[in-house]
Structures are given as structure tokens and as C-alpha cells.
Design a protein. Structure first.
Length: 230
């Protein structure tokens, strides 16, 4: 297993908290997070059976985190393991009423994050989920091989975690979450001056970067949504 710590616009301040797992740091400022993830996959796919992608603003509070993640892949049907995940995605009325982005919401989110109660419910063990949160997720390389890596998701910053999980369910894989204790200092990139500048230079806006991938998910996964996992 290798840890790919991906930064959008700045240094990688928390890599020292990840124990003895090899770390590959990637700066994705001129490409976006998803192209950077694809670069990681292409670089290490032949050397590593699993890739753990984490944001640069995640602080892991368990040095033996990988000893909790790795056994999940003993099940050959597990494609993705995250530090936080929801047992549902998509409201019951999706595709029955006109589209609204809120129809793609996660339902019953579990984690062992600092401040877990802000996001949902606490889970210190492990469970099947519909989708994981992309701030930290380990992915089986053979699954990425099956779907061509991240090439099927032609967007930059948002929705890639939902895309990957929905693809896994479509292809018959399982998605899991493990309640690793961690702190996600989230939101710094999406509201940063660097991000706004990047959007302007690439002919887009922060709003478009958020809404367009969700519209794609809505159209592309009609066969999967709404999704519930017990």
C-alpha cells in the first residue's frame, strides 16, 4: 500500500502523521485533484495493489491506520475503503421530480472524525457503505484498472469520490468504511484565493466546478441511484 497525499495549491503539512507507509506527494494546482489522482494511479499501478488517496488537510490520529484498512481488502469484492462513509446516496424522489442538486445528498454518514457529530453518526468499527468521503480513501488498483482509472470522470475537484463509489457498485464491488480516528481540516481549498484564481484562469467558476459534476452523476448513474446499503 502506498499513500498519495494530494495538495491542490500548497505544501503537504500532515504527511508526518501517517506512520511508516510510503508517501507520494502530488501538487495538483495546474491540473486539478482528479488529474493528479490519475497521475498517481498511472505511476504506481504496477507496484501497488492498493492506493490510499488523502487530502493534504487530513491529520491521521492513528499511526497503525493501515493495519485497520488493509484487512478490509482480504475480501476480494472490496474495491474502496474510506475513513468516513454514508449508507445511502440519493433521496427517494430522485428521477421522479425535476432535478435539484440536493437530490444527490448522502444519507446516514458515519465516521470517527474529530467533530463526528457535526457530520453524522460515530463509527469506530467498520461497515458497508454506499459512498465514502474523498478526504481519505484506499482503492484497489485492479478496480481502477477495470474502469480506466479516473478517466471516466472529466472534472477537476468535486464529486470524484461519489463517482468512484457508484462505479464500484455498478460493477458489483463493495465499498467499506473504517472508523479511523482523524481530523479533516476541510474547506480551506474550496474557499481559497488560489482556487478562485485557478477557476478564473481556466474559464470556469467555483459554482460551476461544483454543480457540473453533480449533474453528470445524476445523468450517468440512473441505473444505480438512489442507493442504499444495509
Amino acid at each position: 500500500m502506498i499513500l498519495a497525499t494530494v495538495s491542490a495549491f500548497k505544501d503537504l503539512p500532515y504527511i508526518e502523521t501517517w506512520g511508516d507507509v510510503p508517501v507520494l506527494g502530488i501538487i495538483g494546482n495546474q491540473r486539478g485533484t482528479v488529474p493528479a489522482y490519475q497521475e498517481v494511479y498511472q505511476k504506481v499501478r504496477e507496484q501497488h495493489h492498493f492506493i490510499t488517496y488523502v487530502h493534504d488537510d487530513v491529520e491521521c490520529l492513528e499511526e497503525d491506520w493501515h493495519h485497520r484498512i488493509a484487512p478490509e481488502f482480504d475480501d476480494p469484492k472490496v474495491a474502496i475503503v474510506g475513513f468516513g462513509g454514508a449508507t445511502g446516496m440519493g433521496v427517494d424522489s430522485i428521477y421522479k421530480v425535476p432535478y435539484d442538486i440536493t437530490q444527490l445528498q448522502r444519507i446516514d454518514y458515519y465516521s470517527n472524525q474529530v467533530g463526528w457529530q457535526i457530520h453524522g453518526k460515530r463509527e469506530t468499527g467498520a461497515r458497508d457503505v454506499a459512498v465514502v468521503d474523498g478526504f481519505a480513501m484506499a482503492v484497489r488498483t485492479s478496480f481502477l484498472d477495470q474502469i480506466g482509472g479516473w478517466k471516466g470522470f472529466n472534472f477537476n475537484f468535486h464529486g470524484y469520490d461519489l463517482y468512484l463509489c457508484l462505479m464500484a457498485h455498478r460493477k458489483g464491488w463493495k465499498v467499506r468504511m473504517v472508523g479511523v480516528h482523524c481530523d479533516h481540516h476541510g474547506g480551506r481549498t474550496s474557499c481559497s484565493a488560489e482556487y478562485i484564481t485557478w477557476c478564473r484562469e481556466h474559464g470556469t467558476t467555483p459554482e460551476r466546478e461544483h454543480t457540473e459534476p453533480h449533474a453528470f452523476l445524476y445523468d450517468h448513474f440512473r441505473d444505480v441511484l438512489p442507493l442504499r446499503v444495509r
